[in-house]
Design a protein around this ligand. Structure first.
Ligand code: SF4
Length: 228
C-alpha cells in the first residue's frame, strides 16, 4: 500500500489527544475536500512509496510506540489494511483508524475515528470532474452507521460557520443512540488564529449539547507541518 509518511508524534485530535503514537499515513483519497490539511496525501498517489504490510509493521516496531494511528488520505481504500491491523493487534498495539466514513473494511481497530464530510467540504473552484466525484462519494450514512455499530468510535465534524452546525444536527438525526461525548466539533483552520476565530461560539454550543470541542492541537504545538 502507498505510504506517504510514517512518523512518531503525539495525537493532536480527538479523544486520545496527547497520546504518544506512531502515524502511518497512506496516500490516496477519493475526496478533494476544500479544507484538506494533508493535500499531499489526497491526490492520486503522487507521493510516497509502496510498502508491503511486513515492512510497515517493521517500521512501526522501530518507533517503540504502542498506539498506532492509521490515517491518510483514506485508509479504507486499501485491502492491505486488514492484515496490517491484524498483525498490529497481535503484537499488542492499540489501533486508531482515521476515515471519512465513505468505505469500510473488516479491520481491527480500538478507536474508529470517523470524519463525515459536510457540504462545506465541496472543493468549489476545482475541476468539475473532481467536484462531481467528491459530491458523489462524500455522504455515505449507511457506512457510518455500520462503523459506529461495529467499533468504539468518535465522530469528528469540521465546523466553519454556524450553518455547519445546523447541517451536522440534520446529519446526526439519521442515527439512533449517538453518544454526545463521542461527537467532536473541530474548528476549520490551518493556523491557530483561524481556529481561535471560531472557538467561542463552537465551545458554547458544545457546552449546551455535551459535545466535545476539538481543536487540531498539532497545529498549535508544531504549526501546520508534515510529520506531526
Ligand atoms: S477525506 Fe480527508 S484526506 Fe481526503 S480530501 Fe478530505 S480531508 Fe483530505
Amino acid at each position: 500500500m502507498r505510504i506517504v509518511e510514517l512518523f512518531s508524534s503525539k495525537q493532536g485530535e480527538g479523544l486520545w489527544t496527547g497520546t504518544e503514537s506512531v502515524f502511518v499515513r497512506v496516500g490516496g483519497c477519493p475526496l478533494r475536500c476544500r479544507f484538506c490539511d494533508t493535500p499531499y496525501a489526497s491526490r492520486d498517489l503522487v507521493e510516497g512509496e509502496d510498502l508491503a504490510v511486513e515492512e510497515i509493521v517493521g517500521r512501526v516496531l522501530l518507533s517503540s510506540r504502542r498506539h498506532v494511528v492509521i490515517t491518510g488520505g483514506e485508509p479504507m481504500i486499501y485491502a492491505e489494511i486488514i492484515p496490517l491491523t491484524e498483525q498490529l493487534e497481535t503484537l499488542g498495539h492499540v489501533i486508531t483508524v482515521e476515515t471519512a466514513g465513505i468505505l469500510e473494511l473488516p479491520v481491527r481497530c480500538h478507536l474508529m475515528s470517523i470524519s463525515p464530510k459536510l457540504s462545506n467540504s465541496t472543493p468549489v473552484g476545482k475541476p468539475e470532474v473532481l467536484v462531481r466525484r467528491h459530491e458523489l462519494n462524500r455522504n455515505r450514512p449507511e457506512i457510518v452507521q455500520k462503523l459506529i455499530k461495529t467499533y468504539p468510535y468518535q465522530l469528528k465534524f469540521v465546523i466553519d460557520t454556524p450553518h455547519d452546525i445546523e447541517e451536522m444536527e440534520a446529519y446526526l438525526s439519521q442515527f439512533a443512540g449517538i453518544l454526545p461525548e463521542r461527537v467532536l466539533l473541530m474548528p476549520q483552520g490551518v493556523t491557530p488564529q483561524e481556529m481561535l476565530d471560531r472557538e467561542a461560539w463552537i465551545t458554547s454550543y458544545c457546552l449546551q449539547k455535551g459535545y466535545v470541542y476539538c481543536p487540531r492541537m498539532q497545529i498549535i504545538w508544531y504549526g501546520n507541518q508534515r510529520g506531526t
